[in-house]
Design a protein around this ligand. Sequence first.
Ligand code: HEC
Length: 254
Amino acid sequence: MFSWDKPNQRLPAAAAAALLLLGAALPSRAASPSEGAADVAETAALAKIAPVVPAESDRVGHYGYGTVPTAAQIAGWAIDIRPDGQGLPEGSGTVEHGADIYAQQCAGCHGTFGEGEGRYPKLASQSKLTGDQPTKAVGNYWPYATTLWDYINRAMPFPAPHSLSANDVYAITAYILNLNDVVPDNFVADRNSLPKVVMPNRHGFILRDPRPDTASTECMTHCLPEAAVKITSTAEGKDLTPRTSGPLDEMAPK
Ligand code: HEC
C-alpha cells in the first residue's frame, strides 16, 4: 500500500486531477473505486512522478500558494537608499565620466545640460520655487543627493530601468549635481561623499504639519473625562468647504 511521506499534507486539486487523469490513461487493476484511487496513486509513485505538495500551505496565515523568497531574492528587491546614505553600494564616479554616460543615456529626454527636451522633466534649475508654476528640478527641489542616486538607480533610463552599473549611477549623479552647481567639477561621488552633499532645498521641507488639529497627542493615562470636553469652535458656517455642486471654476464663496 502506498502512503504519503507526510500523511497530513493535503494534495492540491490540480495534482489530484493530474493523478486521476494519469489513472484514466493507464489500465487499472482495481476491483473497487476506493482501491482504484490507491492504485492510481501507487502507479504515479512507481512512474516516479513527484507529488506536488505545497510545503507552505500548512503554515499559519499563509495562503497556500507561492514560495518563501530566498535571502538572495529579497536582496534583489531591497535596493532602497536612505537619505543618510544607508544602502549605497561600493563604487564611485566622476563628473567627467558622468557627462559621457549622461550624453548617451539621458540627454535625449532630459537635455544635454538638464534643460529637458520637450515635456520631459528638467533636471537642472536654480530658480526659486515661488510663483504660480514653479519648475521643480534637482537643484532647487530635491532634499538629498543620496535619494537622487536611488531614483536614477531604480528608475532610469526610462526605457531600461535598473540597467546601469553602480559606478555609472555614481558618475551620472555627480554630473547632475554639477549641472545644478551643487558640487564642483572635480567632485567624485561615492558612498561617503554623497551623504555629505547639502542640497540647496535641504531645509525647505516642513516635516511637522503646522495645522493645529493634527498635532494632538493621544492621551493614555489620567485623561480628561468625556463630559469635561467642551467644543468651543466648529467649522460650521465658516465657508471652509467648497460647495459640492457646479463646475469648480465657477465656485465662489456663498
Ligand atoms: C525616454 C526618456 C527618458 C530617458 C532616456 C531618461 N529619462 Fe529620466 N525621466 C523621464 C521621465 C518621463 C521622467 C518622469 C518620470 C515620472 O515622473 O514618473 C523622468 C524623471 C527623471 C528624474 C526625476 C526628475 C524629478 O525631479 O522628478 C531624474 C533624476 C531622471 N529622470 C534622471 C535620468 C537619468 C540620469 C537618465 C539617464 C541614465 C534618464 N533620466 C533617462 C524620461 C527619461
